[in-house]
Design a protein around this ligand. Structure first.
Ligand SMILES: *Cc1c(COP(=O)(O)O)cnc(C)c1O
Length: 230
């Protein structure tokens, strides 16, 4: 269900409460679900309010907007997640700005991020974006290519492969929505049976995060329900 908060402080509190309820219903510890507040197209004062309300993870789609947000908030400590489409000519900036990149979908991007990650920083945490369904507008590696990509990314010295991310097709029926999330979880479990030790499932947005938590989401990426309409 999509609810629009009065202000980001209410949004953070309401979404946290819903995360807790959904996690407990799934027999999970709510602390295993990280709320990534998606700041795209949001004014700085809303971002600041959400951080003041305890938001600890910020998601950004656009590098320019991200660096404007980060430069304006030098005194705040929060984890920085890149969740947008990444072109090869932007990897250097991404490698320097973020703690996590959720949208790695080809080896060339991963190699550049690894080579360009500053030595002074921790290895960059990455998720592989998987293309579920057949919508041509969405990016991601096809499930058939996932094992090869994961194997190659895991070898890169300055990246730490953490898990999988997806933006599955939107379904009106929550049970059908949940099936896409189950599919991503099964792909992760499949990789782990071949020697990977992946622990992150980045899935679920404002309209469907409870279904994602039921299927094991560890990172829910929430814009509208935290910050209000864009
Ligand atoms: C915008 C966006 C979100 C958040 O969407 P809402 O529906 O506003 O919660 C999550 N993930 C990605 C990749 C996005 O681009």
């Amino acid at each position: 269900m999509l609810t629009i908060p009065q202000n980001p402080a209410d949004g953070v509190a309401a979404v946290r409460e819903r995360i807790t309820v959904a996690a407990l219903a799934a027999g999970r510890d709510p602390a295993t679900v990280t709320l990534v507040g998606v700041a795209k197209s949001q004014p700085l004062d809303r971002v600041r309010s959400a951080l003041d309300a305890g938001l600890a993870d910020l998601g950004e789609n656009y590098l320019q907007e991200a660096s404007a947000h980060f430069e304006a908030l030098p005194d705040r400590s929060f984890r920085r997640h890149f969740i947008g489409a990444l072109q090869t000519n932007k990897t250097r900036e991404a490698a320097r700005l973020f703690d996590w990149v959720h949208t790695v979908d080809r080896i060339r991007i991963a190699e550049r991020l690894s080579a360009q990650r500053p030595e002074s920083m921790q290895p960059l945490a990455v998720c592989l974006q998987v293309h579920l369904g057949d919508e041509s507008t969405k990016s991601g590696v096809a499930p058939a290519g996932l094992a090869a990509l994961a194997g190659a990314v895991a070898e890169l010295p300055r990246l730490r492969l953490r898990g999988l991310m997806s933006l599955p097709p939107e379904e009106k029926d929550p049970a059908r929505q949940r099936r896409w999330f189950a599919q991503l979880r099964q792909l992760l479990e499949g990789l782990n049976t071949t020697g990977h030790r992946l622990d992150a499932l980045s899935m679920g947005m404002s309209g469907d995060f409870e279904a994602a938590i039921a299927e094991g989401a560890t990172h829910v990426r929430i814009g509208t329900a935290v910050f209000g309409a864009r």
